[in-house]
Every structure is written in C-alpha cells, then in structure tokens.
Design a protein around this ligand. Structure first.
Ligand code: MG
Length: 119
C-alpha cells in the first residue's frame, strides 16, 4: 500500500483529505505543521500533500529543508491561493502538482493517482 504524508495545519481539511485518501486505499500519515512534517518524512512516504500557509514554517520552507536533506519525494501543493505568484513558486520549486482549496475530491484523487501510478 502506498503511503502518503499530509502536512496541513487546518484540522478539518487534514481529516477530510485523510478520509478521501484512505477510502482510495492509501496509507496516510499526518503532520499538523512543518516541524512535525520533518519528523514524519523520515518514514519515507511515496507522496507528500503539502499545505503552504502554515504557522511557524511555511510549506515552501518545509520543501527547501527536505530537499536540502536529500529527499526526492513527489509533492502536491494544497493551496487556497491560486495567484500567479503561488503557481510560479510551485513551478520554480519543481512541485509535481497543485490542488487549489476548496478542492474537488475527484481532482485531488486524479492528481494523486497519476503521480503514484507512474512510479
Ligand atoms: Mg494552512
């Protein structure tokens, strides 16, 4: 079973994403902020779903840290902010895909499945 790490500070969104992924037969591990995320990434998830706007450490800072640590794990960014600047940063940081909140369940699963079935 493929393992997905969800890093998201909003409890409701975290639980919703977790349930959707579990229904679709993925194992889910969660982190409520970037610091917890850095611990959980040691479990070598197959994919990371990453919120950007989080207190303490943003999703972008989290990405920089794991890439400095040598991790090469596909990332889908969860963002409420679909502005060009967010999308440009996503491209610059080579994230694999973006899901804009409030997200559509089918859109999310299509993107997750497409990345995980490639591997
Ligand atoms: Mg957030």
């Amino acid at each position: 079973m493929k393992k997905i790490l969800v890093v998201e500070d909003e409890e409701d969104i975290l639980n919703l994403v977790r349930i959707i992924l579990e229904i679709n037969n993925y194992k889910v591990i969660v982190a409520h902020d970037g610091y917890q995320g850095l611990e959980m990434v040691k479990e070598n998830p197959d994919l990371i779903l990453l919120d950007i706007m989080m207190p303490g450490m943003t999703g972008w800072e989290f990405l920089d840290k794991i890439s400095a640590d040598g991790y090469d794990i596909p990332v889908i960014v969860l963002t409420a902010n679909a502005q060009m600047s967010t999308l440009e940063t996503a491209i610059n940081k080579k994230v694999d895909d973006c899901v804009v909140k409030p997200f559509d369940r089918e859109d999310l699963m299509e993107k997750v499945n497409s990345i995980l079935n490639k591997n």
